[in-house]
Design a binder for this molecule. Structure first.
Ligand SMILES: *Cc1c(COP(=O)(O)O)cnc(C)c1O
Length: 381
């Protein structure tokens, strides 16, 4: 946790639960990613954390945005993002969404279906189109399954069709799954992409852009590769599989840009022994910790009111009347045995996929409140 956040929490003692984001850390992470991939176009995935202060910092750092629909387009445009810096990465869109995007200047889209290409040609004629490839590599902590992307042969067909429809076939996009700890996942996907490129070329459609998505991991309880380590593995794969092409690289990082900048503060609501020790918090699956589903992301808990003394095994659960609102019951966790109702816990590294996943009013609980700090003060949104 940064000093800025620590000081602000100590002085302000905001109502819990809440997420506090250090925007200076967001800026620093953005520059780390940008310098690990020199020359690449970087499109931050807005869904990871759409707080206006975060997006403003990323515009200032020179990033563009991967947007998924009207609201994200409007948000980015209202904050001054150049329409050329926006790419519509969601393959699932209505014709009216496409028309809306086009009217707001968006000219880059990702697709994985014939019908969507037809809609794009009709409502955003001439746009650049990436075809999303279904990648089959090592599983990430939060895999996409088979929801997005098509098989290589279909990808080639779609690039050819895009050209026929008067769109600009840009190249291939993929996403290896979020919180992907295995760098070889990109190598597998890059190799598959290269095959699509060469088959498209042999059918008369030359493409030169590759969108390697997001997936770069952040550390919670285990160490993860740094952006530089990812860049090294990806660079080697690109040199091996695209030895002589003038490839234009695009990245869509989300988590790695914002996760480390955020801390969630939560209050213990109840500790019970029946006979296992259950700790119930005022944050759970529905007001910020959606990524604890299947215990995929294992957050760290730091006791603010630590009275010393031993720790013991606990089950950690959220505040709602829902049986799935249990955060960790298989993953071993220990908390101080002295922990009691009213005590505070901090969850570091929670700037990504928390507030943005929060439900509006399940059980009447309000969405997770976000405070963005800049130069020691609240950034005005
Ligand atoms: C969510 C998403 C991302 C960001 O993924 P991270 O794992 O957070 O880096 C990038 N691209 C697309 C298309 C996405 O849906």
């Amino acid at each position: 946790m940064t000093e800025q956040i620590q000081r602000w929490l100590a002085e302000r003692r905001p109502p819990t639960p809440c997420l506090v984001v250090d925007v200076d850390v967001v800026t620093a992470r953005a520059h780390t990613v940008i310098s690990a991939f020199p020359g690449a176009r970087i499109r931050y995935a807005v869904k990871a954390n759409p707080a206006p202060a975060v997006l403003r910092a990323l515009i200032a750092a020179g990033m563009g945005f991967d947007v998924a629909g009207r609201a994200e387009i409007e948000l980015c445009r209202s904050l001054g993002a150049d329409p050329d810096s926006l790419s519509y990465g969601n393959t699932i869109k209505k014709p009216s969404d496409i028309a809306f995007a086009r009217a707001h200047g968006v000219r880059e889209f990702t697709s994985d279906a014939e019908q969507d290409l037809v809609n794009l040609a009709r409502h955003a004629p001439g746009s650049a189109v990436f075809v999303r490839l279904l990648v089959d590599g090592p599983t990430s902590a939060t895999p996409f399954g088979r929801k997005f992307g098509c098989e290589p042969a279909t990808a080639v067909d779609l690039l050819v069709l895009a050209a026929k429809l008067g769109l600009e076939p840009a190249g291939v996009a993929f996403h290896v799954g979020s919180q992907q700890l295995d760098v070889s996942a990109w190598e597998v996907a890059i190799a598959a992409s290269a095959k699509v490129f060469s088959e498209a070329t042999s059918r008369g459609v030359v493409v030169n852009r590759l969108n390697i998505g997001g997936g770069f991991a952040t550390s919670h309880r285990e160490p993860v590769p740094s952006p530089a380590v990812y860049a090294e593995g990806i660079g080697a794969a690109l040199r091996a599989h695209f030895p002589e092409s003038r490839l234009e690289l695009t990245l869509e990082p989300g988590r790695v840009v914002v996760a480390d900048a955020g801390v969630i503060r939560t209050e213990v609501v109840l500790v019970s022994r029946r006979p296992d020790r259950w700790v119930y918090l005022d944050i759970g699956r529905y007001n910020g910790l959606a990524e604890t589903e299947n215990e995929a992301i294992t957050y760290r808990f730091v006791s603010v009111d630590d009275r010393g003394g031993p720790s013991g095994p606990v089950v950690i659960a959220g505040p709602t009347c829902d049986g799935d609102d249990v955060l960790y019951q298989r993953t071993p966790y220990e908390l101080p045995l002295s922990l009691r109702a009213g005590d505070l816990l901090d969850l570091p590294g929670t700037g990504a996929y928390t507030a943005s996943y929060s439900s509006v009013s399940f059980n009447g609980i309000e969405p997770l409140r976000t405070y963005c700090l800049l130069d020691g003060r609240l950034a005005d949104d």
